[in-house]
Design a protein around this ligand. Structure first.
Ligand SMILES: Nc1ncnc2c1ncn2[C@@H]1O[C@H](COP(=O)(O)OP(=O)(O)O)[C@@H](O)[C@H]1O
Length: 317
């Protein structure tokens, strides 16, 4: 992973925008709306992702017709249609998983993202990496997972550990979808030299189409409209959330187009690690021994990767 100025700019953009995105996402989805008997929760995942994709699309459209003209796009529409589907399924599966596993488990699970991105990139994205890179990425992922994993409080009632359940299966499916999305994006780049703005525009356009269909079929659109009319102030949070999402995704697509899906997933995973680390330190908590080991592994893996991970393996034909 080359650490030039542009890379650092994109990484900072992702860190800042998704930090704000995370706060708003939690405020919207965990907030309580109304008082007493009529109090309700926000349960409109499809609608939330729909609004997000509409704003992402609009942002890409505005950028492409003003500041960031990127010329003609020859990318196969099949690639946009399929990557939009895998990108949506990844989000839907990880959200659905929350019905069976708790939030920290979901974050730890999803922090393995660089692994499927790497493996499926090699299998389906025509990518190849030097052997050492696998080791560095594994070190980073292991470090992040060790850092984030929460021991169950001793006083809590021991639940029967059922091993792999529906929640875990959904997380694995979500990771596979993330890996496929990255692999298709790599193919777009090598076969059509697809540009960041075009990828953002069309992936979100297809997603809006799929989601509009799903919203109508499930009837969620009407429930969501009712919710908005009962709690119109949520529109403000939805707007700022979507703007953070569009700005963040802009950097994500720049990162993918210029550096690839794997460096992008390493940055997003490292971002989660830093967010948790900042909150531990901010609240004056001590890092546990396991967390220290995790942090050392993350830094060691990232440093090794930025120093030695650059060498390209011979390209597959
Ligand atoms: N390869 C990608 N292509 C398009 N959008 C992406 C990609 N990777 C991440 N994103 C966007 O960034 C958001 C946050 O991603 P990330 O930080 O990796 O967390 P997670 O996937 O666990 O939700 C995703 O929900 C998605 O909207």
């Amino acid at each position: 992973m080359a650490l030039d100025k542009r890379f650092l700019l994109y990484a900072s953009g992702i860190f800042i925008c998704y930090f704000y995105f995370g706060i708003l996402q939690e405020r919207i989805t965990r907030g309580k709306y109304g008082e007493g008997e009529t109090q309700e929760k926000f349960t409109y995942t499809l609608a939330l992702v729909f609004v997000q994709c509409v704003v992402n699309f609009a942002y890409a459209k505005i950028m492409l017709s003003t500041l960031m003209k990127q010329g003609e796009d020859k990318t196969s529409r099949m690639y946009y249609a399929s990557s939009a589907l895998t990108y949506l399924l990844a989000m839907v599966c990880s959200n659905m998983a929350l019905q069976w596993v708790n939030y920290p488990t979901q974050v730890v699970g999803k922090s393995c993202k660089p692994i499927p991105v790497m493996i499926l990139g090699v299998l389906f994205g025509n990518k190849s990496y030097p052997m050492a890179k696998y080791l560095f990425i594994l070190t980073v992922v292991l470090g992040v997972a060790m850092f984030m994993y929460k021991d169950k409080p001793v006083s809590a009632k021991q639940e029967v550990d059922s091993g792999i359940g529906i929640g875990e299966i959904l997380l694995i499916l979500s990771l596979i979808m993330d890996g496929l999305t990255g692999a298709i994006q790599e193919r777009m780049k090598t076969e059509y030299q697809s540009k960041s703005g075009h990828m953002m525009l069309y992936m979100n356009l297809w997603s809006v189409g799929y989601l509009a269909f799903a919203l109508l079929i499930t009837g969620e659109l009407f429930d969501f409209a009712g919710f908005i009319s009962r709690h119109p102030f949520v529109l403000w949070d939805l707007t700022t959330f979507s703007i953070a999402s569009a700005l963040g995704q802009f950097f994500i697509f720049r990162m993918i187009a210029d550096y690839g899906a794997l460096p992008c997933s390493i940055v997003t995973t490292t971002r989660k690690f830093f967010t948790v680390m900042a909150s531990v330190l901010y609240f004056g908590n001590q890092l546990s021994g396991r967390q220290w080991t995790g942090a050392v592994l993350v830094f060691a893996g990232l440093t090794m990767d930025s120093v030695y991970g650059k060498k390209k393996a011979p390209k597959k034909s």
